[in-house]
Design a protein around this ligand. Sequence first.
Ligand code: ZN
Length: 206
Amino acid sequence: MVKFIALISITITAALFTAGCSGSGAEETPSVTEPVVIADSFAYPVGKTEYVTQQRDKNDDWYNALDFGEENHLGEDWNKNTGGNTDCGEPVYAIADGLITYAEDAGTGWGNVIIVTHTLPDGKKVQSLYGHLQEIKIKSGEVKKRDLIGTVGNANGRYLCHLHFEIREENSSMWDQVGPGYSTDRTDWVDPSDFIDKQRRKHEQQ
Ligand SMILES: [Zn+2]
């Protein structure tokens, strides 16, 4: 029933939108520009403030337990310093403004995964991926930097809780897909902490 109502409301909205456009008696072609959310400020996906960085590992509450490239890892594994499962259920935040373009249980090995697509000030796009989540808090649509999008989990009991976190470049072969998590071929992936640090430095200079 809820789905049915949602469908009707989408249909009505679409109909109104179409009517609005065609009824404008356009003498010139109206420029239809979709609003683009620009990701001009970045922060790490864990920690209740923006204090957490990889450089401060062990000096803030979180550390990167398996770095990008280590053991062919395509991301970083973020854990609380207190270890074990003490970080289960901790908030996971969007690293920048963007659009959630994937949010589902990706099955064995992955658990719940969210992918956010970010448009950088220069127009290039990147995606941030948040894996093994206990909960998905936001399933679609626009998010702001530091919006609570999910919680740290264990991929349905497969691991000790941690956040598997990746950043992919535009035209990645795994765009909007979960991917292999580990690979000797790291084309299209970037070191997440290095990327965030670089973006933060750029932002500070502005
Ligand atoms: Zn990982």
